[in-house]
Each structure stands twice: as structure tokens, then as C-alpha cells.
Design a protein around this ligand. Structure first.
Ligand code: EPU
Length: 345
């Protein structure tokens, strides 16, 4: 079938911040063949390609030149290998629905990642993570189409260069591939991760009351509760989740900061580096719950910027810049944006 490519399409319904952006060209792809047609069109017309999943981790400026390719490849296949299950998932499947499906089948490993918005294809790009678990923990490989050649590649984990909210697709391979399928390895045996402070506290309270045994289902229920309490539903209050990454600083810098700010929460990682919560830094600067024009910092989670009804990214990006400057002046720490910004004004 010939792929439908439209011109000047509004992306208002395709991004969780509900920003008004216009794609110069736009298409929905449901198969590898569709993607190859889209690539051929872009090559003929000399257009750059922007890949859009569920749009839950992007900030769209008003004008998106080129061809926006919205991936809707669906389908799930699985194979059992001893105590594991290998899952092959289409990039257009909803991530959280996949987590629920896996829990229903008693396939474990991604239960802490329930309710993370977005589609499966976007999950490896920023190596989604929450409550002590990251996608990379269960990642096996992915299938992606090289935009330059139209060829299908299978990329193993080493190729993907996963880091904290980071992968090769945010760096040297940015905008070079369209991810079509993800392969994860889950386990039939629970291997529960519950050391993350907020989760541990919630589970202790829950199991003390009900005396229920700890299971991956209980973990998923607790994560669901925590997220619903703190994180705004983008359908009700448009947002893109965490707007900044949690900065990683050296131990020396952390020790120096602790002298002036003894309450600064510091989490040391395996490499001896220190992660500090950007939400805390922003809150200390007085921005939690602050609203400026049609944008603001969420009152319950300072890391989430929300759109109260504006329709362009300029106001939001200017506000985020003010926050960055304030945090830099107060703590000497540079905040990095977590979502990807596309387009021009
Ligand atoms: N904090 C504050 N004030 C706030 C928010 C946080 O002081 O308003 C401090 C507290 O010390 C708290 C700590 O930050 O103990 C951690 O807060 P929280 O557990 O809410 O997590 P986070 O660091 O703010 C990260 C992820 C979230 C993920 C949670 C849970 C990033 C950029 N964000 O947030 O991911 O759900 O941990 O694991 O790493 C996302 O990526 O979009 C996202 C929501």
C-alpha cells in the first residue's frame, strides 16, 4: 500500500505537553515497508526525518521542518527458554500496557517501570528507569532501520551504550535510526528490586498492614500508588515527566556542597559518583508549585514542569532556563534537560 504523507499537520494531539507544533510533512508508519517508503520520500524531497513515538518525552517548538514519522508498529511475540521469556515487542505498543501484560503472565523484571508514559520504541532511547530499575536491566536487543540506507539492523546491548537516561540514540546515533522492535528478557522467577527509598517505605507500610507477602504484583501496585500521588497525569495536566536529569557530581564537589547545604540528599553510584535530586535543588530555589504565565513547576514534584494551557514551547523553555540559571547560581550545578527538543520557532 502506498504510504499517506500529509502536509502541515498539527502535532497538538501527538505530544504530552500539548504544545502546538506543525509538521511540514507527517506520516504514520505501521510496518517496515511503510518506513522504507517514508525514507525514500524523504530522500527524494531532501527532507530530514524526525521520529515520533507517543510524544511523552519531547518538547516541540512551533515549526518542525522535514518529515515527522509517527511509529505505530504493534504486535508481541514471546518464546520461553527455561526460566526466562524472550519478548519481541513492536515499537508502537504502549509501554505501561506491556508491563501489565507481562505481570498478568507472571513474567518479571519490569514491574517497577509500570505507568511510565510512552511507547516501547522510545524506552531504549532514554533508557527509561524508575524505582531502582532501568530498561537496560532486561534489554537484549532491538531492531532499527538505518535512515541513511533503509536497511534493517539488529543492535545488541553493547551497541546501545546505555547510561543513566542515556543511550547511543541520544548521542552519536541521534536521528539516524527508526526503532521498530524491542527484545527483552524477563524471568519466570521474581527477582524483586525494592531498595529505592520511597518504594521501600511504601512497601513496608503496605505489608505491615496486610501482612501480604512481597510479590512483583505488590511492587507494581505500590509504584502505581506513588506515581499517581506525585506525578500529574499528562491527559489532565500536560507534562513530559521529569524535565531535568538528576545531575551527577564528583564526591569532592558533593562534600564541598554538603558544608553549606547539610540536608542535600546524595546518592552514590557504583562508580563512586554522586547523584543529587534535581527536584530537591529546584525546590530549595523556591520554584516548587510556582507558576509563571501558562507554565509552572508541579506543586508535588519539583522535577516536573507543567503546561497550564499555553500552546508554544517558547514560554516553557524560557521558564526552564530561568530555573537552570537559579540552580547554577545557588549550587554551582548545571542541570541538563531530560526530554528532547525538536523544531524551530
Ligand atoms: N525531591 C525534593 N523535592 C521534590 C522532588 C524530589 O526534594 O519536589 C527529592 C527528595 O529528596 C526525594 C528525591 O528528590 O527523596 C527523589 O525524588 P523522587 O523519588 O520523586 O525521584 P526523582 O529523582 O525526582 C527520578 C526519575 C523519575 C522516576 C523517579 C523514581 C529522573 C530524571 N527522574 O525522579 O523518572 O520516576 O526517580 O525512580 O531520573 C522521568 O524520567 O520522567 C521520571 C518521572
Amino acid at each position: 500500500m502506498t504510504l499517506l504523507i500529509e502536509k502541515n499537520v498539527s502535532l497538538l494531539g501527538y505530544n504530552s505537553l500539548a504544545l502546538e507544533a506543525i509538521a511540514e510533512h507527517f506520516c504514520v508508519v505501521k510496518s517496515v515497508d511503510d518506513i522504507q517508503q517514508a525514507i525514500a520520500f524523504a530522500r527524494d524531497q531532501r527532507l530530514t526525518i524526525i521520529v515520533l513515538g507517543a510524544g511523552s518525552n519531547v518538547v516541540l517548538r512551533h515549526h518542525l521542518a522535514g518529515l515527522v514519522v509517527h511509529v505505530q508498529i504493534t504486535g508481541v511475540q514471546f518464546e520461553r527458554i527455561e526460566h526466562d521469556v524472550l519478548l519481541h515487542i513492536g515499537a508502537g505498543e504502549n509501554w505501561s500496557s506491556m508491563v501489565e501484560y507481562c505481570l498478568q503472565n507472571n513474567w518479571f523484571g519490569i514491574e517497577n517501570l509500570i505507568l511510565i508514559p510512552g511507547n516501547v520504541g522510545a524506552a531504549p532511547v532514554q533508557n527509561i528507569g524508575a524505582y531502582g530499575v532501568e530498561l537496560s536491566d532486561s534489554f537484549v536487543s532491538l531492531e532499527a532501520i538505518d535512515i541513511a540506507t533503509g536497511k534493517v539492523h539488529v543492535m545488541q546491548r553493547d551497541h546501545c551504550e546505555f547510561g543513566y537516561r542515556d543511550s547511543v540514540f541520544k548521542n552519536s546515533a541521534r536521528d539516524k535510526y527508526i526503532i521498530t522492535r524491542l527484545c527483552l528478557k524477563l524471568s519466570l522467577k521474581p527477582n524483586m528490586v525494592w531498595h529505592y527509598p520511597a518504594l521501600k517505605a511504601a512497601l513496608e507500610a503496605k505489608t505491615a498492614v496486610s501482612e501480604a507477602p512481597l510479590t512483583p504484583h505488590v511492587i507494581a501496585a505500590s509504584v502505581t500508588e506513588i506515581r499517581r500521588q506525585k506525578l500529574p497525569d499528562p491527559k489532565v495536566l500536560p507534562n513530559a515527566g521529569s524535565f531535568f536529569k538528576n545531575p551527577v557530581i564528583t564526591r569532592e564537589v558533593a562534600e564541598r556542597l554538603l558544608i553549606g547545604h547539610p540536608n542535600l540528599p546524595v546518592y552514590q553510584n557504583e562508580l563512586g559518583e554522586c547523584k543529587v535530586p534535581a527536584g530537591w535543588l529546584i525546590e530549595q530555589c523556591g520554584y516548587k508549585g510556582l507558576r509563571q504565565g501558562s507554565v509552572g513547576v508541579h506543586p508535588l514534584q519539583a522535577l516536573v514542569l507543567v503546561n497550564y494551557g499555553g500552546d508554544n514551547a517558547a514560554e516553557l523553555l524560557a521558564f526552564s532556563e530561568t530555573i537552570k540559571v537559579e540552580v547554577e547560581q545557588t549550587f554551582g550545578i548545571h542541570l541538563e534537560l531530560e526530554p528532547t527538543v525538536y523544531g524551530s520557532f
